[in-house]
Design a protein around this ligand. Structure first.
Ligand SMILES: Cc1cc2nc3c(=O)[nH]c(=O)nc-3n(C[C@H](O)[C@H](O)[C@H](O)COP(=O)(O)OP(=O)(O)OC[C@H]3O[C@@H](n4cnc5c(N)ncnc54)[C@H](O)[C@@H]3O)c2cc1C
Length: 386
């Protein structure tokens, strides 16, 4: 009997209206988890306070760079390892989705202005320390000015040096959200868009993926605000995300399809969801203009802000309450980069709970020890800090 048949048989006695899993929060993580559980043959319902496009989620605003090596400048080994493994998984996931998603693996280019050259060795040291050795050894190339020009012709001779991280990727966040919404429909998930949920719905198990909206159940969650500009800039022609090293204002410019660029920089502590400030807009757009003056003629399509759901240790976590609820949260600034591995781990635990192979602290510990990413897994009473 395959897993789909097993799932169908296990829950056959339940009333038809009670799903095996209710997923609450249909941003990035909730959509991925619901879609995968439905693909494994489970009856799944999804509740999202916003629309099917995902406009209420942090995922809607994100730049969706998949850059585990570049992120090693501030992220620890667990995150960069999750990111490297997830980067390999995205093409397979995208191939299964019913709508196309822009995905590329053309690397990240890192540059700096002459006055900020002291940042470069610091950045390199952090990458060496925080990334898996193989990722660094095989994926970090120092470039001369001429090589920067050869890599990104449109930057001309503006930068005297750079780093190329050739294996990194990126995708289109909004296409992922809508392709997942189509995938949920295709797999028969009962979707409740525009439905905010505070009391957990009726289901055998509930998976809480509310991002920052999950704070009432998880008070240690906090928001880290980010602001981005989306601009249309025909004629610039960057072929990969460019990161600018800067002591106070590290900028990224992520080129998407059709001359669309997502420009971002900020990390501000707090849960302020109000529109982008004038100061941030000026800094963001001036920094982009300094990377390429062609951005002076770009058209601003959108200035937007959202908050990254963050736990005190800046790690993602999958917490089982010991009964019917799983909480998946804390994806911070790495949601797209690590979601495939985090969602896989959450789905494996969800299915083990449904199959009753995890039913108490001992079997949870066994599951945890066998898991690929045991650091992600917690049983509520064992993790008082979060
Ligand atoms: C400016 C910015 C740039 C980013 N850039 C990148 C990047 O380049 N690469 C990368 O990997 N990551 C990036 N991220 C991070 C990424 O977007 C997040 O880590 C990711 O979206 C977290 O996924 P999530 O599903 O946990 O939360 P979300 O995507 O926020 O989804 C949570 C969902 O829960 C819903 N919800 C909340 N409360 C309720 C409720 N009571 N009832 C029902 N539904 C509810 C929300 O409406 C939302 O749709 C960025 C984030 C920001 C803000």
């Amino acid at each position: 009997m395959n897993t789909i048949e097993q799932a169908a048989r296990r829950f056959a006695h339940l009333p038809a209206h009670v799903p095996d899993f209710a997923v609450v929060g249909g941003g990035l993580c909730g959509r991925l988890v619901a879609w995968q559980l439905a693909g494994a043959g489970h009856r799944v319902a999804l509740y999202e306070r916003g629309d099917a496009m995902g406009t209420q989620s942090a995922a809607w605003v994100a730049a969706a760079m998949l850059a585990p090596l570049a992120e090693a400048s501030s992220a620890e080994l667990l995150i960069t390892g999750l990111g490297a493994a997830s980067l390999e998984r995205w093409p397979t996931l995208i191939a299964e989705l019913p709508a196309p998603v822009f995905f590329q693996r053309n690397g990240t280019l890192v540059v700096w202005h002459a006055g900020d050259r002291a940042e470069a060795p610091l950045f390199e040291r952090r990458l060496r320390a925080n990334a898996p050795a193989a990722l660094f050894d095989d994926g970090f190339v120092k470039l001369s000015g001429a090589q920067v020009t050869a890599a990104e012709a449109s930057l001309g001779t503006r930068f005297a040096q750079g780093f190329l991280l050739p294996h990194e990727g990126q995708l289109d966040n909004r296409q992922v959200l809508s392709a997942l919404a189509a995938g949920l429909a295709e797999r028969g998930v009962e979707t409740h868009w525009n439905t905010a949920v505070d009391n957990m719905p009726d289901a055998r198990f509930v998976i809480d993926c509310r991002g920052l909206g999950g704070k009432p159940a998880w008070p240690a969650l906090r928001g880290i605000r980010g602001e981005v500009a989306r601009v249309h800039a025909p004629g610039i022609g960057l072929t990969r995300p460019v990161r600018l090293l800067h002591p106070r204002y590290p900028l990224y410019i992520a080129p998407k399809q059709d001359d669309l660029y997502v420009i971002g920089a900020t990390e501000v502590e707090g849960e302020d969801m109000s529109p982008v400030t004038v100061r941030s807009a000026l800094e963001l757009l001036s920094a982009a203009f300094a990377v390429h003056p062609g951005f002076g003629e770009a058209r601003i399509l959108e200035l937007n802000a959202h908050c990254r759901p963050t736990l005190p240790d800046h790690r993602p976590a999958i917490v089982w309450d010991g009964a019917r609820t799983l909480r998946v949260n804390g994806l911070y600034r790495h949601g797209f980069m690590i979601a495939p591995e985090v969602a896989d781990t959450a789905c494996e635990l969800a299915r083990a709970l449904a199959a009753r192979s995890v039913s108490g602290p001992d079997s949870f510990d066994d599951f945890r020890h066998r898991a690929r990413w045991p650091e992600l897994l917690h049983c509520e009473h064992a993790v008082p800090v979060i």
